[in-house]
Design a protein around this ligand. Structure first.
Ligand code: SF4
Length: 202
């Protein structure tokens, strides 16, 4: 069984699914079975049930980790939307601060609008912008949804902003400086901060 709650440095992370509609060129899953202190982040046959997720949350000492958690893991958390929402409610009841890392494609994954229900149960969201145009985004992210993915991701980011939680868009520094600058411009236009993440193999 994979680690559901794991730590990396001084932060706690929640891993609830291995499913993802993308095949990002820089995906950390290509580099090994785990990150940080986790043993493995690959679930053997199935994603964990909500009871398993809650049991791991209950067994974890969040006080050592600033009473906060980032939902991230070896897959896209919104692929397990019901468990994501229920896990967040459980964490919130314990007073844990929640950041969601997502590819922003939840509406396409779940075939309906999802930003509101997600924003109601998290404290902040970090969304992978990855590239400044739909064409470049598809080259890097390789979403199963094709060309509509880039616009869907941007709409999701704008909706999260409208629902009033802190939103960041991110790029990994594997793209060119020109593309990073183009991403910065795009983010300025929609008034969402950009975070440039350093690529790490772990
Ligand atoms: S969206 Fe995240 S989990 Fe999915 S392939 Fe890209 S980096 Fe990996």
């Amino acid at each position: 069984m994979a680690d559901i709650v794991y730590t990396y440095g001084n932060q706690a992370y929640l891993n609830i699914t291995n499913a993802c509609p993308c095949r990002c060129t820089f995906c950390i899953r290509n580099n090994g079975d785990s990150v940080g202190e986790a043993t493995t982040l690959w679930f053997e046959n199935h994603s964990p049930a909500i009871d398993e997720i809650k049991a791991e949350i209950d067994a974890f000492d969040f006080e050592k980790y600033n009473n906060s958690i980032t939902i991230c893991g070896y897959g896209e958390p919104t692929c397990a939307l019901n468990n994501l929402i229920d896990a967040c409610k459980h964490l919130k009841n314990k007073g844990i601060k929640i950041r969601l890392n997502t590819n922003g494609l939840s509406d396409l994954i779940n075939k309906r609008e999802t930003a509101k229900e997600i924003c109601e149960v998290i404290d902040s969201v970090s969304i992978s912008l990855n590239a400044p145009t739909a064409e470049k985004y598809n080259e890097i992210t390789k979403p199963s949804f094709g060309e509509k993915a880039f616009d869907a991701m941007l709409s999701f980011a704008k909706e999260c902003k409208e629902y009033g939680i802190p939103v960041k868009l991110t790029v990994v520094d594997v793209i060119s400086k020109e593309d990073i600058e183009a991403c910065r411009k795009l983010c300025e236009e929609i008034d969402i901060p950009l975070r440039v993440r350093e690529y790490t193999a772990e």
